[in-house]
Design a protein around this ligand. Structure first.
Ligand code: ATP
Ligand code: ZN
Length: 289
């Protein structure tokens, strides 16, 4: 393990595993099949991947066993480890919510005062209750929190909710949102800025940023009559000014622009109405701004 490689801890097997590996592969890192291995090295980047339980990742990073880690923000905050969030990663999004029995008539969060709330996230919940000035009792349970109300050990729960199906099965309904989470890259400040590892980390962060930028952008190419150029430029929500190239037909231009992916369907009609034709929308693999 003491080979000078940057050590990145990721979840061994769970919701974040595949997407963490995918993110690294999108950054150009060659990573072998990782099933059932504790440590895997990248073939083309000085990086060792450590596969751990997600709950252990903040502490291992804090203690320097791993230099950096990918884990849910909910786990980072709950563990109160002394680590920095270097970057939000845009996947593993979920909400920590308070849910109450379907037949409960509670309307306002103040009504939670004097009740018992079961959760596996006592620190995040207590923080929320303190900020909201709600005086409720927090019951800490490590798993299957959603059955606590039917067992009579709590009046409501605070847990990660995505589709709400688990709530429905347990005759619970969403009440209020406590914390929005997504996967984050964490690290500590102990790396010496002159060190090899620091340089590796900067390089990796740049690659991650460029891959995240690329995911939310598309490259748009189209042909435009010269006299419509001004109108087309007004419609385009491009990140930088568009590239304009001449075409063999001198009355036409080729216009290329990087646009936020989700805007294409909103602007395509306007572009066509303004005279654009031959629209091509191309995915971008990496993008350095
Ligand atoms: P481990 O065995 O590593 O302890 P786990 O069972 O605690 O795994 P997972 O259920 O794999 O953890 O979830 C990992 C993280 O994925 C969560 O901490 C959270 O940040 C995120 N996540 C995203 N969507 C959901 C969801 N619908 N339910 C639970 N976690 C989710
Ligand atoms: Zn866990």
């Amino acid at each position: 393990m003491l080979n000078g490689n940057l050590k990145l801890a990721i979840q061994k097997s769970g919701r974040l595993t595949e997407k963490s590996i995918q993110l690294l592969r999108n950054c150009g890192l060659d990573i072998d099949n990782y099933s059932n291995r504790l440590i895997v090295s990248s073939r083309n980047f000085n990086l060792d991947l450590l596969f751990l339980r997600d709950d252990d990742i903040p502490e291992y990073v804090q203690d320097g066993v791993a230099d950096i880690g990918i884990v849910g923000e909910n786990v980072v905050i709950e563990k109160e480890a002394e680590v920095d969030i270097i970057q939000k990663l845009g996947f593993g999004k979920c909400k920590l919510m308070i849910a109450i029995p379907e037949d409960a008539t509670m309307m306002n969060t103040e009504e939670l005062s004097g009740t018992r709330i079961a959760t596996s996230y006592p620190k995040i919940l207590k923080n929320y209750l303190k900020n909201q000035k709600i005086d409720a009792k927090v019951i800490t349970i490590s798993g299957s929190v959603e059955i606590a109300p039917s067992l009579g050990i709590a009046d409501s729960i605070c847990d990660i909710v995505s589709t709400g199906n688990t709530l429905k099965l347990n005759k619970l309904k969403k009440f209020t949102s406590v914390f929005d989470s997504e996967a984050v890259l964490i690290g500590t400040k102990i790396l010496d800025p002159g060190s090899e590892k620091y340089i590796l980390l900067k390089n990796l962060i740049l690659r991650i940023e460029s891959s995240l930028n690329a995911r939310t952008s598309k490259y748009l190419m189209m042909n435009v009559p010269k006299q419509s150029l001004e109108r087309i430029e007004e419609i385009l929500p491009s990140l930088k000014s568009p590239t304009i190239l001449p075409l063999a037909d001198e009355s036409m231009l080729s216009v290329h622009a990087v646009i936020p992916s989700d805007t294409f369907w909103d602007i395509q009609n306007d572009l066509i109405n303004a005279g654009a034709s031959g629209l091509l929308l191309i995915p971008i693999e990496n993008m350095l701004l």
